[in-house]
Design a protein around this ligand. Structure first.
Ligand code: ATP
Length: 236
């Protein structure tokens, strides 16, 4: 469904990611793991068109993403849950969700999508009139995920959804990612929380200084010496 081959991108001459190749099949859930500054956020920005690739090829369901203007990427079926959630703090939860369902193909199914999101997040339903900026960090993360699902995406990009959340809420967020993937969505998640994310996904890529260093099934990555020593604090 998503294919990247030799993709590079950066900021004003600084190469943040280089020669990144990855593929995600329909229905798979895949993680990109790596340390601070490895280029994980940059990779998601490139896929969703917020940052142009400077080299390589990218396709989504056969469509050339490098030739797709940023505001049209959502129409290819990609929805992005950004790192800092980027909600509209002065708008209600429901107004924020509405923002996610504005594209033409989603508008016709607005009520159905909203019912799905409220079923997934009963807390958002209870609080649908509350201003998003007054919600807790975990609730805001749910709202950001809900907003992404409003566009009826095929592929959901999660940027470190566990950042800044209490351990019990982190667990809930990973449970949700698992459920969303079980509901048939294709998932690409970037995370520093390596041990937990590998419990949720089918496969993972390890990104180091902007390059893919290892790839494998979750079980292979959990057993990898590099991953265990550098990312899980476990010795050989
Ligand atoms: P983190 O987990 O800390 O968010 P990350 O793996 O997501 O890290 P990126 O945010 O993609 O990493 O950053 C990759 C590199 O690009 C870093 O060296 C970072 O300093 C640099 N970078 C990111 N955004 C910008 C920017 N807007 N301008 C200049 N450099 C940037």
């Amino acid at each position: 469904m998503l294919e990247l081959s030799g993709v590079a991108a950066g900021y004003g001459g600084f190469p943040a990611i280089s020669d990144v190749s990855l593929t995600i099949a329909r229905g798979e859930s895949v993680a990109v793991i790596g340390a601070n500054g490895a280029g994980k956020t940059t990779l998601l920005r490139v896929i969703s068109g917020m940052l142009p690739a400077t080299a390589g090829a990218m396709t989504m369901a056969g469509r050339d993403l490098r030739a797709t203007p940023p505001h049209k990427v959502i129409e290819t079926g990609i929805a992005h849950v950004p790192e800092n959630r980027h909600l509209f703090p002065g708008l209600s939860v429901e107004q924020n969700l509405r923002m996610g369902g504005f594209i033409r193909s989603a508008r016709a199914h607005f009520d159905e999508r909203l019912a799905y999101v409220y079923d997934l997040f009963p807390r958002l339903k209870e609080r649908r009139m509350q201003l998003a900026g007054t919600m807790s960090g975990g609730e805001q993360q749910m709202c950001a995920i809900g907003r992404a699902l409003m566009s009826s995406p095929k592929l959901v990009l999660f940027d470190e959804p566990s950042t800044g959340l209490a351990p019990v809420v982190v667990e809930q967020v990973f449970d949700l990612v698992r459920r969303i993937s079980g509901d048939g969505y294709t998932v690409l998640i970037v995370e520093q929380n390596v041990k937990q994310v590998l419990q949720v996904v089918d496969r993972a890529y390890l990104l180091e200084v902007g390059r893919i260093r290892e790839r494998g099934s979750s079980a292979e990555m959990l057993a990898s010496e590099t991953v265990r020593q550098s990312y899980m604090g476990l010795g050989a």
